[in-house]
Design a binder for this molecule. Structure first.
Ligand SMILES: Cc1ncc(COP(=O)(O)O)c(C=O)c1O
Length: 469
C-alpha cells in the first residue's frame, strides 16, 4: 500500500491542508496510520464527501422520511393546483384567479422555453453579476472556535440582495405577456428596489406598496426606488408593515390586472407564486453546492438561511434537500415568544389562510392573523411560504429562532471581523451559525447571506445610539 502525506492528500482532493487535518481528527478518512508524529493516508482513500453519510450519524432525515422521495421531489411538489401537502393552493376571487391562471400558463410555457432560459441566464451573468461567490469567514470562525463558517454572498448580487433573482424572472415573463406595469409589495425595501430595477431594465411602469413604519425604517431603499423611477405608495393601515403592504398591493392589482403583472416578493401568495419564485431563486443553492464542493471537497454539515416569507432560504435549501446535510431555517424571535413579540410563523404558527394561500400563520385568540414583530422589516410577516410549512411538518427542515439582540451581535461581529455589513435580516442566519459554532467542536456551516446592511445603518444608529461602541 502506498501512503500520502497530508499535503499530498490535500492536493489530490483539492481541499486545504487544514481541512484534511480536521477530517483526520474526526476519523473521517479510513485506513490512516499515525507514525513518528506524521499522518500517513492510503493513496486509495476516498474523497471525504463520499464518506459523509456513514460518519455523520445525526443526518438521517432523508432516509427516515418515507412519505417523500427527495430524488423526484420537484416533480411532485407542488401538485398542479399548487399544493405542498395540505399547504398552498389559491384562495382568491374569480377575476384574480383568471389573472393568476394566465401567469401559471405563462410560467409553464414561456419560462420553460429555451429562449426565456437563455435570456435569463445572460441577464444573471451580465446584469446581476452571477454567480455570487462563496466566502470562507476565517477570522470569524477562528474567533468562535473550530467550526468553519462560510457565506453564500447574495449581498453581492446586483441591488444588494437575493430579491433580484426572482424579480428579473418575473419581469421578463411580464414582458413576454405584454404587460405594461409591475405592481409589488415590500417590507425591507429590498424587493421594492429589485422590482424597481427590473422595471427600469425592461422599460415598464412600476408601483411599490410599502407600510409607513417600514418607509421610516428603510429610508435609503425608498430613495433608491424613487431614483429608479418607481412610484412608492405609503400604506398607513394597521401596523404599517409588510402584511398591510400586501393587502394594499393586491387591491391595486385587482383593479388593473389586465395591464399589470404582480411581482410577488417571496415564496408566498396564491399558486403559482410559491412555485415560480422558488424556481427563480434555486440558482442560489445550485451555485453554492458546487462552489462549496470545489472549495472544500465535500458538502457542508449545516446549511442555513433566514426565513421571512422564505425565498432566500428555499432558494438556498432546494439543492440540498436530497443531500446528507442538516438544513435550518432561522426565524425572528424578536423580543420573545409571546404572540405579537415575534414573527416566527413556522415555529409558532397554526394552519390558516392569508393573502390567498394556506400555510402556517401566527394567529390571535380569534384565529385572525396576529401582529408580527421583528427588528428586521423583511422578516416581519405573520405567515411563511407553504413549502416551508410542508417541509417543517415532515421534518426535513428544522426551524430555529434568533432574537433581535443576537441578530444585532451577529451584525456587529460580521462587520468587524470580516468587513461585511449584513442586512439585519441576514444577520439572523449569521447569528445561528455563531450559536452553532459556540456549541460544537467541529464541522462547517454554510449561511445564505441574503443581503447587505447599508439600508439598516441609519435606523440602527438612531434606535441604538450606543451601537458603535
Ligand atoms: C436582505 C433580505 N433578506 C431576507 C429577506 C426575507 O425574505 P425571504 O424570506 O423571502 O428571503 C428580506 C426581505 O425583505 C431581505 O430584504
Amino acid at each position: 500500500m502506498e501512503y500520502l502525506s497530508v499535503e499530498e492528500f490535500a492536493k489530490k482532493c483539492e481541499i486545504s491542508e487544514r481541512r484534511v487535518r480536521t477530517l483526520l481528527k474526526e476519523n473521517r478518512i479510513e485506513g490512516v496510520i499515525f507514525k513518528s508524529g506524521r499522518y500517513l493516508i492510503p493513496s486509495n482513500a476516498k474523497k471525504p464527501s463520499d464518506l459523509r453519510v456513514r460518519f455523520n450519524k445525526e443526518v438521517t432525515h432523508i432516509s427516515q422520511n418515507s412519505e417523500v422521495d427527495f430524488r423526484t421531489y420537484k416533480k411532485h411538489y407542488p401538485d398542479e393546483n399548487g399544493y405542498f401537502g395540505k399547504y398552498g393552493g389559491s384562495f382568491v376571487n374569480k377575476d384574480l384567479q383568471k389573472a393568476f391562471d394566465e401567469v401559471y400558463s405563462g410560467y409553464l410555457t414561456i419560462c420553460k422555453s429555451a429562449k426565456f432560459v437563455s435570456e435569463l441566464r445572460r441577464i444573471r451573468k451580465e446584469f446581476q453579476g452571477r454567480p455570487t461567490p462563496v466566502y470562507h469567514c476565517e477570522r470569524l470562525s477562528n474567533y468562535l472556535g473550530k467550526v468553519q463558517i462560510y457565506l453564500k454572498r447574495e449581498d453581492l448580487n446586483h441591488t444588494g440582495s437575493h430579491k433580484l433573482n426572482h424579480c428579473m424572472g418575473e419581469a421578463l415573463l411580464a414582458k413576454y405577456l405584454n404587460k405594461k406595469k409591475l405592481i409589488a409589495e415590500t417590507g425591507a425595501g429590498s424587493h421594492g428596489v429589485a422590482v424597481a430595477t427590473a422595471a427600469a431594465y425592461f422599460g415598464l411602469e412600476c408601483e411599490v406598496h410599502m407600510g409607513i413604519t417600514d418607509i421610516k425604517k428603510q429610508a435609503p431603499n425608498v430613495a433608491r426606488m424613487k431614483i429608479l423611477g418607481t412610484k412608492v405608495i405609503p400604506v398607513s393601515d394597521g401596523e404599517g408593515t409588510l402584511k398591510e403592504a400586501v393587502d394594499s398591493a393586491f387591491a391595486a392589482y385587482a383593479k388593473d390586472y389586465k395591464n399589470s403583472f404582480y411581482c410577488m416578493g417571496s415564496v408566498v401568495g396564491p399558486h403559482p407564486f410559491p412555485l415560480m419564485v422558488r424556481d427563480f431563486q434555486e440558482v442560489i443553492g445550485i451555485e453554492a453546492k458546487e462552489q462549496f464542493r470545489d472549495m472544500t471537497g465535500e458538502l457542508p454539515d449545516v446549511v442555513t438561511a433566514c426565513v421571512g416569507g422564505g425565498s432566500n432560504s428555499i432558494g438556498m435549501f432546494e439543492a440540498f434537500l436530497n443531500e446528507p446535510v442538516d438544513i435550518i431555517g432561522v426565524e425572528p424571535l424578536g423580543k420573545g415568544k409571546e404572540i405579537g413579540q415575534n414573527a416566527a410563523s413556522a415555529c409558532y404558527g397554526k394552519e390558516g389562510i392569508l393573502h390567498g394561500f394556506k400555510s402556517l400563520m401566527l394567529q390571535n385568540e380569534n384565529g385572525d392573523p396576529a401582529n408580527a414583530y421583528s427588528i428586521a422589516s423583511g422578516l416581519d410577516y405573520p405567515s411563511v411560504g407553504p413549502e416551508h410549512a410542508f417541509l417543517h411538518d415532515i421534518g426535513r427542515i428544522k426551524y430555529d429562532t434568533i432574537n433581535d439582540e443576537d441578530a444585532l451581535e451577529a451584525f456587529k461581529l460580521l462587520s468587524r471581523l470580516e468587513g461585511i455589513i449584513p442586512a439585519i435580516e441576514s444577520a439572523h442566519a449569521v447569528a445561528y451559525a455563531i450559536k452553532y459554532a459556540r456549541t460544537h467542536h467541529s464541522g462547517s456551516v454554510l449561511v445564505c447571506l441574503s443581503g447587505r446592511g447599508d439600508k439598516d445603518i441609519d435606523f440602527l444608529l438612531e434606535k441604538y445610539p450606543d451601537f458603535l461602541n
